[in-house]
Design a binder for this molecule. Structure first.
Ligand SMILES: [Fe+2]
Ligand SMILES: [Fe+2]
Length: 282
């Protein structure tokens, strides 16, 4: 096992189906990619923090992939850590329970080639929840036991430009929490950090780690952060010491303009819009 497909920010919904066709294109790509696993790196839903139906719908969609699926939650699934981009949707125990009821786990390990892959729930960092502490302990144990090159997968990037940035932004991890996490990662052989959330591809090495932002499946980057904002899917090859990264843009994948979909300010959130269910979802 060495070839991993990463799909991020698929933003599915049974009532707001703007991105269903893109999902079908990405699913077809993943089914034909000869991958050993598909990692879905958060934002599976649009209104997951407040809708049982959305989380269940995403789980049903993922179950139809022909390859083993490893899913991680994003802010549109379990809510944001404080202060968050939406004060109405901060992560809490009930929202985690909703995720658990469909996906069972929100952190995992996976071996690929000579690498160990660790997936964590990005929204827990800085949440103050009991599960944040449990995840911190689990991550420390996994890192000390790995004994091989390690890649960390999580929905949000650790920082936008530099690890010492001190702006608090819902676009990335809270600075104080990031510093603690980086100190931990720097004590082990973590070489790659793979995040979604910003809906853009950027690939930089900062310090000892390569920070890979993967593109979204659903819609183009709503804000510029120095990356390529077009939609895409990612293939990672872990058969060498150096990970090979390929960004694919399968035919039919449309880089939707989020502002246009929301009527250029007419609606604040997609969930506020009139229902438009996906055609022939299944
Ligand atoms: Fe997203
Ligand atoms: Fe996100």
């Amino acid at each position: 096992m060495a070839r991993i497909v990463v799909l991020s920010d698929i933003h599915l919904s049974p009532t707001h189906g703007f991105f269903w066709e893109n999902w079908c294109v990405a699913r077809e790509f993943a089914d034909g990619a000869n991958g050993d696993a598909v990692i879905v790196n958060g934002d599976l839903a649009i209104n997951g923090p407040d809708s049982d139906a959305e989380i269940a719908f995403a789980a049903t969609a993922l179950a139809k992939l022909r390859t083993r699926v490893m899913a991680l939650p994003g802010n549109h699934d379990v809510g944001d850590e404080p202060p968050g981009q939406d004060t109405e949707q901060i992560i809490d125990a009930d929202r985690l329970a909703r995720w658990d009821s469909s996906f069972v786990i929100d952190r995992w390990t996976l071996d690929a080639g000579g690498w160990r892959l660790l997936g964590v729930n990005a929204q827990l960092f800085g949440s103050g929840l009991v599960r944040e502490h449990a995840q911190d302990q689990w991550l420390s144990e996994q890192l000390s036991a790995a004994g091989r090159p390690t890649a960390l997968f999580l929905h949000k990037p650790l920082f936008l430009e530099h690890p010492t940035d001190d702006d608090v932004s819902p676009s990335c991890m809270v600075p104080s929490v990031r510093t603690r996490l980086l100190n931990k990662l720097n004590q082990s052989d973590v070489r790659l950090i793979v995040s979604g959330h910003l809906h853009q591809h950027r690939d930089r090495t900062v310090g000892d780690q390569r920070h890979l932002w993967v593109p979204a499946v659903a819609f183009a980057a709503p804000q510029a952060h120095g990356g390529d904002g077009r939609c895409g899917v990612t293939v990672l090859d872990f058969s060498q010491d150096d990970v090979q990264v390929t960004i694919e843009r399968p035919s039919g994948l449309i880089s939707h303009d989020l502002a246009a979909i929301k009527g250029h300010g007419r609606y604040r959130f997609l969930r506020d819009m009139p229902p438009s269910p996906p055609p022939h979802a299944g």
